[in-house]
Design a binder for this molecule. Structure first.
Ligand code: ZN
Ligand code: ZN
Length: 443
């Protein structure tokens, strides 16, 4: 179990042809993590010129209690000059958001510091990573939930102009967490982490799809990185529910390694495909109509089941009938977001044409099906895993109607330039035709 940490800080020549340098350099996971925070931060600032001892600890009201206050105390004790930044909750209530307005507000509060320590999960971590990147300083996250893949990744996923976007930043030199903190996190956050991890085989298949169709870069090592820890929670999802230490550490390790796989790939492709676009669409719909949405990973878990079933149906097609791919987006549906969505989609249109030509060549479709079919997990196994863990597995669990989930499923392919199973299904005339039935049966 401890072996998963061996890869951090290494560099190696990979069969994919690239040399990978694995960041973070260290992961500290243990009961003594808070106590070691000061020493880990010391190493983080010493990596770059200048060093320094001024640290900003970012947290929200909830994560302050979970670990933030203890982190501040430990850093003070360790001789750091600590600036405490409480990330404000949303104006209308509810946990904070990661958008440019919030980031700018925090930037003003930050003052002159040498290092950021976000204590939290998705939003707090992303804001800390974003601010640190803007200032060219390191950040060292203290994770308070096994809820998402962003702790180790180089990306920030803010909402810009109403669209869920992806910005390049830098990965952290170190990540810390403690078993008791992850165990006591709100359980829905842990189930969100599980949902985010169940996306992995589906999104890796989407990545492979792009490799096969367009010759995009692909790294098999990045895909297999989590193989060793995945069984700890996939085979016994009920262990997560029972808060068994091995299952929680396994899930946390998988989330960290998945973040690393994205850095290896130089994009979010290994861990974010069509299933993520369904979740992002639900978020964007919520931003537009003011209706609440569920946690990223919980939505992703449901999206993964839908996309696994869509893959199954696409790959079962023996005699494909290629249809003209949609040339544009559904502007009426996206409303005020139509313009930025259209810009994203326009970048994908040449790929749709290229894919249709490539797959129409003699024998190409059968070869393609053969290369992808072994990668896709059966949708029933994904759903069984979500069920056994007590995670969200239906529209109802996500607090949205089936009709709303269906809208997200049907329109998700339009929001990003990335080619996914959603596009392939549309080219075969299976989307939106099958979407209603799939949502009915699987969500
Ligand atoms: Zn590689
Ligand atoms: Zn995700």
């Amino acid at each position: 179990m401890a072996n998963y940490r061996d890869i951090f800080g290494t560099s190696f020549d990979c069969p994919c042809g690239r040399r990978h340098q694995i960041e973070p350099r260290e992961v500290v996971y243990g009961d003594d993590a808070i106590g070691r925070l000061g020493e880990v931060c010391r190493r983080a600032v010493s990596i770059r010129q200048g060093g320094g001892n001024r640290v900003a600890v970012l947290m929200d009201r909830r994560t302050q209690q979970a670990a933030g206050a203890a982190a501040v105390e430990a850093l003070n004790r360790g001789g750091w000059t600590v600036r405490e930044i409480l990330v404000p909750d949303r104006a209308r209530g509810g946990s904070p958001v990661c958008d440019d307005a919030t980031k700018d507000t925090l930037s003003e509060m930050l003052g002159q510091v040498d290092l950021a320590v976000p204590v939290g999960s998705g939003v707090v971590n992303d804001l800390g990573k974003w601010l640190a990147y803007e200032r060219g300083m390191p950040f060292v996250p203290f994770a308070t939930a096994a809820s998402m893949t962003g702790y180790t990744s180089a990306n920030v996923a803010p909402t810009l102009r109403g669209i869920k976007s992806l910005l390049r930043a830098a990965p952290p030199p170190a990540v810390l967490s403690a078993p008791a903190v992850l165990r006591d996190a709100p359980y829905e956050l842990t189930t969100a982490g599980l949902g985010d991890m169940l996306a992995r085989p589906v999104s890796s298949a989407d990545w492979r799809l792009n490799h096969l169709l367009f010759g995009d870069y692909y790294c098999p090592r990045a895909v297999s990185l989590v193989a060793e820890v995945e069984p700890l929670y996939i085979r016994h999802p009920e262990d997560l529910k029972a808060r068994k230490p091995q299952a929680i550490e396994g899930l946390f390790a998988a989330l960290l390694l998945t973040g690393v796989s994205m850095t290896m790939a130089g994009s979010s492709a290994p861990a974010s495909g069509g299933e993520h676009m369904i979740s992002h669409s639900l978020d964007m719909m919520s931003d537009t109509d003011g209706v609440a949405h569920d946690l990223h990973g919980r939505q992703v878990g449901v999206g993964s089941v839908l996309c696994a079933e869509l893959y199954r149906r696409v790959l079962a097609t023996e005699l494909p009938q290629w249809t003209q791919p949609p040339g544009g987006i559904d502007s009426a549906f996206w409303g005020k977001l139509a313009e930025p969505v259209a810009q994203e989609y326009a970048q994908k249109v040449p790929r749709l044409r290229h894919a249709a030509e490539a797959l129409a060549q003699g024998g190409a479709w059968d070869r393609f099906r053969e290369q992808l079919s072994s990668l896709i997990p059966p949708p029933q196994s994904l759903r069984a895993c979500l069920t056994a863990a007590g995670a969200a597995r239906s529209a109802e669990d996500l607090g949205c109607s089936k009709a709303r989930l269906l809208e997200a499923f049907v329109h998700a392919g339009q929001i990003r330039s990335r080619f996914t199973i959603l596009d392939l299904a549309a080219m075969l005339g299976l989307m939106p035709a099958l979407a209603g039935g799939i949502v009915e049966e699987w969500a």
